[in-house]
Design a protein around this ligand. Structure first.
Ligand SMILES: [Zn+2]
Length: 112
């Protein structure tokens, strides 16, 4: 990945994990990663539209998953897509806990 691509993704994300909103400054020992929203093994590209900034926790847990199970409905659900979905629509903080407001949010919190 080109350094300019990485810089663009970091800038666009405001230097926050696009899944849990952890800011780079709050994670001094671990650099936020540029991850593929649709993983390469599923045909994801290096286009900016398919890249997102993610902390190690969110990146490792999401892994190569494209879907999760909504714990409320027990239905298979697509995961949060930082380019197509708005974070505020799907997640909220309850104290220190990141919670999902929608099926997509709940399924993402469960895998991430
Ligand atoms: Zn995160």
């Amino acid at each position: 990945m080109r350094p300019s691509t990485r810089a663009s993704v970091q800038e666009r994300a405001g230097h926050r994990c696009e899944y849990c909103q952890l800011h780079q400054e709050d994670s001094p020992l671990a650099v936020l990663h540029v991850e593929h929203i649709v993983p390469r093994i599923h045909g994801g590209t290096d286009d900016l539209d398919n890249l997102a900034l993610a902390c190690i926790d969110s990146n490792l847990h999401k892994g190569t998953n494209l879907t999760g199970i909504d714990p409320e409905s027990r239905q298979v659900t697509e995961l949060f897509h930082p380019r197509r979905h708005r974070w505020e629509d799907h997640f909220e903080w309850r104290g220190i806990y990141l919670t999902g407001k929608t099926a997509i949010g709940r399924a993402t919190v469960r895998v991430a």
